[in-house]
Ligand binder design. Structure first.
Ligand code: ZN
Length: 138
């Protein structure tokens, strides 16, 4: 994997907030599952209690393709967080379904990243209880 973690410094781990329940349950099963409005069908990412389009509180979780393109990225040459070893890149991936996710690329050097690069989700088990969705070049 391309993000190298500094094992001497504990890394911050995501909090599994209630609104993200379906997202993390999908990740646990190596599926990228995003929130969709149960009434109008609009995608809602980041997960939230109410649909931003129709204000419905009916929500469901639906697996997405995991395929997309790099919409933007930034490479950190100095680590902002002691548990991440620089250089590392953070990407904004636009999924085929239209939502955008912040993540990391695996096995891609920072100078190889391009806007529009086709990518696909992979699941990186960074610790026993935490798996993160990341993306690889396709
Ligand atoms: Zn809606």
């Amino acid at each position: 994997m391309s993000v190298e973690y500094n094992k001497e410094n504990p890394m911050p781990v995501p909090t599994r907030y209630f609104d993200y329940e379906g997202y993390w349950k999908g990740i646990d099963e190596n599926k990228l599952t995003l929130q969709k409005c149960g009434d109008c069908g609009a995608w809602c990412h980041q997960p939230q209690p109410m649909c931003p389009d129709c204000h419905s509180i009916e929500r469901k979780w639906e697996e997405v393709s995991g395929k997309g393109t790099v919409y933007s990225w930034v490479t950190y040459h100095e680590s902002q967080e002691p548990s991440f070893k620089a250089p590392y890149s953070v990407v904004l991936v636009e999924l085929e379904e239209g939502m955008r996710l912040i993540s990391n690329l695996v096995d891609v050097k920072p100078d190889e990243i391009e806007i529009g690069m086709k990518v696909e989700v992979v699941f990186d088990k960074i610790m026993d209880e935490i798996t993160l969705p990341k993306f690889k070049k396709v």
